[in-house]
Write a protein that binds this ligand. Structure first.
Ligand SMILES: [Zn+2]
Length: 537
């Protein structure tokens, strides 16, 4: 017998079997119980999370000869035909390859005919956002006055590209990226039935690589079974999938802590010897640093989506690390990630940049140092007395005044705006308090987005509009964030259980204006000369 891929073999056949989308399946089941079936549905969400599967179950439930309360029997002729895509009354159309108006006109013709063997004619249009404008308009006409026996189920990975006039005529259901736990649990059930031994850490590895998609997780499992047979070890899995083990990243951060250059070079040569792609390595290192940053927060590793052991390990490892240092390291690695494509000698470049990472000095808060210096506290160590005296030479008063008034003028409009906000509303306080969690949630969708987001601060909540301020140097990152607004809003919804519209602004807030003065402060200037530092926001 030929091998049947797992995703097909274990495709859910009832709403209750669809993993991780209970918010959708429960609603659909309820609508059957109450006999309130909509005539058009829109399923949106990332790829591989069960949209098409749910659409097929819905089609079966609508046409099954023995349907009860929304559960198809999966045994009758109609169920069989739908499952094997042979049904004359359930038509699956791929929006990506049937984009034109002719196809939709065809569809409009088909809509006119009554179903042949079933109660309903069901049109499932996958990737509906790919349809052309003309096709959309044709579709809209059908949607406006659908015959009672016609049901539409649209699926899309990009609901923002679907015309609002179509959206408004559909009952919309947003499918979620699956959590690591859900994927692991699903895999565990399947490999048990298959009688295959898979180490627990392998399930975790697959879950992580699948990035929220059960379909991807199952196809990775297929590959592993083909490669390893019926006993899959972590060692074989990392080898086959070309995955860089977590241990290596922990060794790297350990070596960074102690500035151990030779240990770093040994780890890098291992990356090279094992044939890992440098881009994967740098991406993995960035993810690792972000995990440490999240784990260094109030809630420790709890916010991370991984096994408990690994959460614990991140919590331990992040102890004593300064979040500001981690953010700078992430920035540094993000730059590496984007420059790697353009350099002539990537291996040498990565070695040099990792050593530079080790030599990056710890962040110091200049305000603290200035305070210490002006209060005459001599605890700060200056080796040369001469330099220290020079630092303390008072600046002519007029210059100082001019500087501060320029700074004040520059920041005036923003300050005014900040004052008008309801800064002390309980909702806003809640946003501030749990902002870290929001950033962590966003990281599930992509490392760079959450890294960029971590540079900003919520500065105002007015109604549902949440304004997030960024220092001016992050202008470029803002463009990226704007493209990912919806993801950020979804994360806010998940963490705070409140719907908000985000807005990004470049600010020079009070804090930044102090920095500005500090930047030009003669002491700061002298310190930069002496110690070769960099000014941080
Ligand atoms: Zn049936």
């Amino acid at each position: 017998m030929s091998y049947q891929v797992l995703a097909r073999k274990y495709r859910p056949e009832k709403f209750q079997d669809v993993l991780g989308q209970e918010h959708v399946t429960k609603t659909l089941l309820n609508s059957f119980e109450r006999d309130r079936i909509a005539h058009a549905y829109l399923f949106s969400g990332p790829r591989g999370v069960g949209k098409t599967t749910t659409a097929r179950i819905l089609a079966k439930a609508l046409n099954c000869l023995n349907e009860s309360n929304g559960s198809p029997c999966n045994d009758c002729q109609n169920c069989d035909e739908i499952a094997s895509s042979r049904s004359m009354d359930v038509l699956e159309i791929d929006g990506a390859s049937n984009r034109g108006i002719d196809e939709i006109r065809n569809l409009r013709e088909l809509v006119k005919y009554a179903p042949i063997n079933a109660k309903n004619k069901v049109f499932i249009i996958d990737e509906v956002h790919m349809l052309t404008q003309a096709a959309f308009n044709a579709l809209l006409k059908t949607l406006e006055e659908p015959p009672p026996h016609v049901k539409f189920i649209f699926a899309t990975t990009e609901p923002n590209k679907v015309l609002p006039t179509i959206l408004s005529r559909c009952q919309r259901h947003d499918f979620h990226r699956m959590s690591l736990g859900t994927i692991e649990k699903g895999l565990r059930t399947i490999i048990e039935i298959e009688g295959i031994k898979v180490e627990e850490s392998v399930l975790h590895l697959i879950g992580n690589m699948a990035d929220g998609s059960m379909r991807d997780a199952l196809s990775l499992t297929d590959q592993l079974i083909a490669f390893c047979g019926d006993s899959v070890t972590l060692k074989a899995a990392t080898e086959m999938l070309g995955i860089i083990p977590n241990d290596l990243f922990f060794s790297i951060t350990d070596a960074l802590k102690t500035k151990d250059h030779s240990a770093l070079l040994v780890q890098l040569s291992e990356v090279h010897a094992k044939g890992f792609a440098l881009t994967d390595f740098i991406g993995g290192l960035n993810r690792h640093l972000l995990n440490l940053l999240i784990a260094s927060g109030e809630k420790g590793g709890q916010l991370l989506d991984m096994t408990d052991d690994l959460k614990q390990r991140y919590s331990e490892e992040s102890k004593g690390l300064n979040p500001r240092d981690l953010i700078r390291q992430i920035d540094h690695v993000t730059v590496m990630e984007s420059e790697l494509k353009h350099v002539q000698q990537p291996k040498i470049y990565v070695e040099a940049m990792i050593l530079k990472l080790a030599e990056m000095d710890a962040s110091v808060n200049i305000a603290d140092i200035l305070k210490k210096l002006s209060s005459g506290n001599t605890e700060t160590n200056y080796t040369e007395e001469q330099n220290a005296t020079e630092i303390f030479q008072p600046e002519p008063e007029s210059t100082v005044k001019e500087e501060s008034s320029t700074a004040a003028r520059e920041t005036a409009p923003e300050k005014k705006e900040a004052k008008s906000s309801v800064e002390n509303s309980p909702q806003f306080k809640q946003v501030i308090k749990r902002w870290e969690e929001v950033v962590a949630k966003v990281s599930e969708n992509g490392t760079s987005i959450s890294t960029f987001l971590s540079h900003g601060k919520p500065i105002e909540l007015s109604g549902k509009r949440l304004t997030i301020g960024f220092p001016k140097k992050y202008k470029f990152q803002l463009d990226v964030l704007k493209k990912n607004m919806r993801r950020i809003e979804t994360s806010i919804m998940k963490v705070l259980d409140q719907e908000m519209r985000v807005e990004f602004v470049l600010v020079q807030n009070e804090k930044a204006s102090i920095d500005k003065t500090e930047e030009t402060h003669p002491v700061t200037q002298r310190m930069l000369e002496l110690f070769g530092g960099e000014i941080l926001d």
